[in-house]
Write a protein that binds this ligand. Structure first.
Ligand SMILES: *[C@@H]1O[C@H](CO)[C@@H](O)[C@H](O)[C@H]1NC(C)=O
Ligand SMILES: *[C@@H]1O[C@H](CO)[C@@H](O)[C@H](O)[C@H]1NC(C)=O
Length: 431
């Protein structure tokens, strides 16, 4: 009994010590000393070595999904993300300096039935490492200082949203040089809009001078009309010239345009590729029988070159390099949402037409099936390259971190090779 309690105590106290050492250092100060000391203290538990028994994707028993397995967990299952408080819609990006260290960010859960809590919505984040197989905060979790925005444009069924204060459903992601955050907040143009900000302005990010200083403050992303009352899930992408564009919608029709530094956008470029894209979407995306099903954008974007970084002859060019994002097919039966993630690739050069879509959605190993048709709800919110320095553009043998919510209560993630996400993907022009 005592031995077991001691063991338990060690499990608790170990990480706490690390936490105490670090809380002084990582988020606020620029002292690399303590952090690297802690890194070496953490030793093995800080590492997420790729296990030698990598499991490649397998077809599930019902033949409807490709199951993907974690590279680093012993059983291939996803891992938990712990903030120390209830946080959902997780995002994971590499720390700019330390190996095996990440920023994790998500939305703080507010109990709607608790009348005593402040109803201001916050995104919260911390510096995190793996401790006993869990990606957890190693310093204090902090609210990100995102400015609430005025609104007052919500009407009808959405009028209550006028009372919202604070950012929702943030996506944190790496651009070519630096990280950004896109989040929902009260809009100046419609009821609820999408905003972008340089993520480095929200945390104490040590960064090189001379990197672009765009979106220093939260900036609303405009879109060519018509606006929906609630605008959601925009993602940014960078083309082969380094221009930044914003992607509003994927299904049933795409919408995207060039994003300026003041939040204005150029014309909708999607009509130029409408015919090609709709044929491709129709071919690979499921048919939607009615109101209880939908397909929408889920994550940020990444650029991927379809050969291995380790291969000396692998050179990125327009013929092998695409923008990658994840879209989800949502079903809502018996008051339970379920999401099936599909990987979508499109061209990095104008006119940015679709290139490929998953033939079957991904099944994250560890997701359970229950009585009847019910399965666990796992909602993918972010996809980023796992290692620092990769930033926006990776290769098939680079590792991707997917962050997802689990039954709207927990945060979790999985690390897989980009090649595993793209397993048996269907090209638009396949015969
Ligand atoms: C991080 O890992 C890379 C590759 O293994 C190594 O070259 C680099 O020195 C490491 N950096 C730190 C700060 O430990
Ligand atoms: C926003 O920036 C674009 C491109 O620099 C410029 O053409 C436009 O006039 C600006 N709009 C506003 C409202 O400042």
């Amino acid at each position: 009994m005592i031995v077991r309690d001691l063991k338990r105590l060690a499990l608790v106290v170990g990480p706490l010590l690390v936490l105490l050492l670090l809380s002084a250092s990582l988020w606020h100060s620029h002292s690399g000393d303590i952090a690297s000391h802690v890194g070496s203290l953490l030793g093995q538990s800080g590492k997420t070595e790729t296990s030698s028994t990598r499991r490649t994707p397998t077809l599930t028993a019902d033949g409807k999904h490709y199951e993907i397995y974690s590279l680093s967990t012993p059983d291939g299952k996803y891992f938990d993300i712990r903030f120390g408080i209830e946080v959902f819609n997780p995002n994971i990006i590499p720390h700019q300096k330390f190996n095996n260290t990440w920023y994790i960010v998500g939305q703080v859960f507010i109990d709607p039935n608790d009348d005593h809590t402040d109803k201001t919505v916050h995104e919260a984040g911390c510096v995190a490492q793996f401790i006993n197989g869990v990606l957890m905060c190693i310093d204090y979790v902090q609210h990100l200082p995102i400015e609430p925005t005025p609104g007052g444009k919500c009407t009808g069924d959405f009028a209550y949203i006028n009372f919202n204060v604070g950012p929702h459903d943030a996506r944190v992601f790496m651009g070519p040089q630096s990280p950004f955050i896109i989040y929902g907040s009260n809009s100046a143009f419609t009821c609820f809009g999408q905003f972008i900000q340089d993520f480095r302005k929200l945390v104490n990010w040590e960064y090189e001078l001379m990197t672009p200083d765009d979106f220093a403050v939260g900036t609303e992303i405009e879109r060519p009309p018509p606006y929906a009352q609630l605008e959601k899930n925009y993602f940014a992408f960078w083309d082969n010239k380094g221009d930044m564009l914003v992607h509003y919608d994927l299904y049933p029709k795409r919408g995207f345009g060039k994003l300026e530094r003041n939040g204005t956008v150029g014309p909708d470029l999607a009509p130029r590729v409408k015919e090609h894209d709709e044929k491709c979407l129709k071919r690979y995306m499921p048919e939607l029988p009615g109101d209880l099903e939908s397909i929408h954008q889920a994550t940020n974007s990444m650029k991927v070159t379809m050969c291995n970084r380790a291969d000396k002859s692998c050179e990125p060019h327009d013929g092998n390099t695409y923008i990658m994002t994840i879209a989800q097919h949502k079903t809502y039966y018996n008051w339970h949402s379920e999401y099936e993630p599909y990987v979508v690739l499109f061209q990095q050069r104008a006119p940015y037409e679709l290139y490929a879509i998953s033939k079957k959605p991904l099944w994250i190993h560890g997701r359970q099936r229950h009585e009847g048709r019910r399965t666990d709800m796992m909602y993918v919110t972010s996809a980023n390259w796992k290692d620092h320095g990769v930033n926006y553009h990776g290769f098939l043998d680079d590792v991707v971190f997917l962050g997802f919510g689990y039954e709207d209560k927990h945060s979790a993630g999985i690390d897989v090779l980009a090649a595993d996400l793209l397993h048996d993907i269907g090209r638009c022009d396949d015969p």
